[in-house]
Design a protein around this ligand. Structure first.
Ligand SMILES: [Mn+2]
Length: 321
C-alpha cells in the first residue's frame, strides 16, 4: 500500500486527485448530515467523541512533507490500525504549502478519509486558507498549475479543493481530556457561550455558529507566556490572529471540561509546552523547516486516561527521523 502511495505521489494525475478529493468530501458531508462519526458527534465544524479512543494518533503540521507523513503511516501500521473505528487518527491541519509535495500529501489525507471515514478526522489549518484571510504565501495553486496547467489547476482548486477545505473540522473534543485546534483558543466569549449552552461538556445541539473572528483565532492564534499589555491577549505579529495568555487557556479548559489543549501551527523541536502544561504544540514536518524537529503522538486509552498536563504526554511523543 505504501509502495502504491510512493508511486502515486510521483505522478498524481489530475483525474485521480479530483476523484479522491470528491470522495473525501462525500465522506465528510455524510457524517455532517447524520451528525455522527463512529463513537462521536459531528456538529458542523466540530467533532466530539463520546469516549476515549482505544488508540489515538495525532499528527501536526505536514506542509507538503510527504516523506514524513508516509513514515508515520508506516510506523503506526495504518491499514491495520485504521480498520478499527475505535482507533482515531487526527490531523491538526496545515497539509499544504512550503514543502515539495503538497499535492501528494493532499492525495494521501483524502485517501485516508475516504478509506477509513470513521477513524480519520481532518482538521483545518490556516494554510487551508479561507477566502476571508488568505495566506500570503499559499503556493498550492502555483504547484497545481505547474503540474496540470493553468486551466485544469484553476478548476481543481476552485471547484474541489476550496470546497474541501471548507468542510474540515475546526475543533475536536476528546471527552474530559483533550481540546484540539490548529492554532489556538479564541479570546472572545461567543463560541464558549455557545458550547456552554450544550450539555455542559460538549456542543450546543443547534449548529454552533463559528464567527469569522473565532475561526480566524482558531486557525491563527498562538499561546504566549507573557502578554505585554497586561491583558489576556495581544495582537499577533503574524498579521492574523492573536497571542492568548494563560487566563484564556484556563477558561476554555474549564468550560470544555478538558485537561489539555493540543495544537500545531508553530515550528518547534517536535513539540513544546506552554501555560503550565495546559497547551501542547505538536509539529510533524521537517522538509521546509531545517533546524526544527518533527514528531507525532501515539497513545492508548489507559494511558490517555492518566494524562493531566502536557509534560505527561512527552513519553507518548515519537520523533520522526
Ligand atoms: Mn498553521
Amino acid at each position: 500500500m505504501l509502495e502504491d502511495f510512493e508511486e502515486l505521489f510521483v505522478e498524481v494525475q489530475a483525474q485521480a486527485l479530483t476523484e479522491v478529493v470528491e470522495n473525501a468530501m462525500a465522506a465528510i458531508q455524510k457524517e455532517r448530515q447524520i451528525g455522527l462519526i463512529d463513537r462521536g458527534k459531528v456538529n458542523a465544524q466540530m467533532v466530539e467523541l463520546d469516549s476515549l479512543p482505544e488508540e489515538l494518533v495525532l499528527i501536526g503540521d505536514i506542509h507538503g512533507d510527504l516523506q514524513s507523513l508516509l513514515w508515520v503511516l508506516k510506523d503506526i501500521d495504518f491499514e491495520t490500525r485504521l480498520t478499527n473505528p475505535n482507533n482515531k487518527l487526527i490531523f491538526l491541519g496545515d497539509y499544504v504549502d512550503r514543502g515539495s509535495n503538497s499535492i501528494g500529501v493532499l492525495y494521501v489525507i483524502c485517501y485516508l478519509k475516504q478509506k477509513f471515514p470513521n477513524s480519520v478526522v481532518l482538521m483545518r489549518g490556516n494554510h487551508e486558507a479561507p477566502v476571508e484571510f488568505p495566506f500570503s504565501s499559499h503556493d498550492l495553486p502555483l504547484k497545481l498549475a505547474q503540474k496540470y496547467g493553468h486551466k485544469m489547476a484553476e478548476s481543481i482548486y476552485g471547484n474541489k479543493i476550496i470546497p474541501f477545505f471548507r468542510l474540515l473540522s475546526l475543533i475536536v473534543l476528546i471527552p474530559k481530556q483533550l481540546l484540539i485546534v490548529h492554532g489556538g483558543l479564541p479570546t472572545g466569549d461567543d463560541l464558549l457561550l455557545n458550547i456552554r449552552r450544550g450539555n455542559g461538556l460538549g456542543f450546543a445541539v443547534q449548529d454552533p455558529f463559528i464567527s469569522s473572528t473565532a475561526m480566524e483565532e482558531i486557525l491563527w492564534n498562538d499561546p504566549m507566556e507573557h502578554i505585554s499589555n497586561g491583558l489576556d491577549w495581544e495582537y499577533s505579529r503574524r498579521g492574523y490572529g492573536k497571542h492568548f495568555g494563560i487566563a484564556i487557556s484556563k477558561k476554555w479548559l474549564n468550560t470544555s471540561a478538558s485537561k489539555l489543549v493540543i495544537r500545531g501551527h508553530e515550528p518547534c523541536q517536535g513539540f513544546k509546552i506552554n501555560h503550565q502544561g495546559m497547551i501542547l504544540t505538536l509539529f510533524s514536518c521537517k522538509e521546509a523547516y531545517p533546524g526544527f524537529q518533527a514528531a507525532y503522538i501515539k497513545i492508548a486509552r489507559e494511558q490517555l486516561m492518566n494524562i493531566h498536563y502536557g509534560e505527561e504526554f512527552v513519553r507518548y511523543i515519537k520523533r520522526i527521523p
